[in-house]
Design a protein around this ligand. Structure first.
Ligand SMILES: CC(C)(COP(=O)(O)OP(=O)(O)OC[C@H]1O[C@@H](n2cnc3c(N)ncnc32)[C@H](O)[C@@H]1OP(=O)(O)O)[C@@H](O)C(=O)NCCC(=O)NCCS
Length: 200
């Protein structure tokens, strides 16, 4: 996968990563993370295993990204987050690398639309834009300037509106065969574990 430097790798999350990821999230977000609207939306949602990735630097976990299945009105979508990079490693491109890898994979898997709550100046680097005011409702207060979307397929956001809520499974287009037959390591988390791990 992506290798900005020799000792940097991005790989699928494993069950044994749960503790280090929780520690990372606590360090980066603090206890306030549990009160966030995005957390509330993620709480009931199932994180999608192939879209839960971690970054390692010299064998140490320094970053994590997860995407979860949601519905917006009648339309399937993904919620991106949490994305977190260890504070000491910030500004070296690891956050963008994690995000770009996960988004490329999501596109390959047939997902079409992603939303998140975050800062436009950062997320616009990978193509996110503002959700027009009032078009998507979240289960709690959110600064409308921080509600962002990205189309993974052209026109995927056309006609999409309504309440965003957790979905246990995002309906997918049939994925085509992967070029070069790359094998992904398959994390063994149960849905229960996965929901628990969303609590970061
Ligand atoms: C946000 C975060 C994931 C970025 O990770 P990172 O590895 O430092 O990001 P990158 O190195 O890929 O990109 C760094 C660039 O983005 C910019 N950037 C980082 N966060 C930003 C923000 N919130 N708003 C605007 N720009 C931002 C940096 O200034 C830097 O700019 P430069 O390239 O011009 O120097 C990381 O800082 C983090 O974990 N923060 C705490 C948790 C968080 O806020 N997560 C996002 C919400 S889910």
């Amino acid at each position: 996968m992506t290798t900005p430097s020799k000792s940097f790798i991005i790989r699928p999350e494993h069950p044994s990563d749960t503790g280090p990821i929780e520690a990372l999230a606590a360090e980066a977000f603090g206890p306030g993370r549990f009160a966030k609207t995005a957390y509330r939306l993620r709480e009931g949602a199932e994180a999608i295993e192939p879209l839960c990735l971690v970054a390692e630097l010299d064998g140490e976990l320094i970053g994590s990204i997860r995407l979860s299945a949601i519905m917006i009105g009648d339309s399937p979508a993904l919620l991106l987050g949490p994305l977190v990079v260890r504070p000491a490693e910030k500004g070296r491109g690891y956050g963008i690398a994690l995000m770009q890898t996960a988004l490329d994979r999501a596109r390959e898997l047939g997902h079409r639309l992603v939303i998140l709550v975050g800062d436009l100046p950062y997320y616009s680097r990978v193509g996110f834009g503002h959700v027009p005011f009032g078009r998507v409702k979240l289960p709690g207060p959110v600064d409308p300037r921080r509600l962002l979307y990205l189309e993974l397929a052209e026109g995927a956001f056309d006609g999409v509106s309504g309440e965003a809520r957790a979905a246990s499974l995002a309906p997918l287009a049939e994925p085509g065969p992967r070029e070069g037959g790359e094998q992904q390591e398959k994390p063994e988390n149960s849905a229960h574990d996965r929901k628990r791990m969303n609590a970061v």
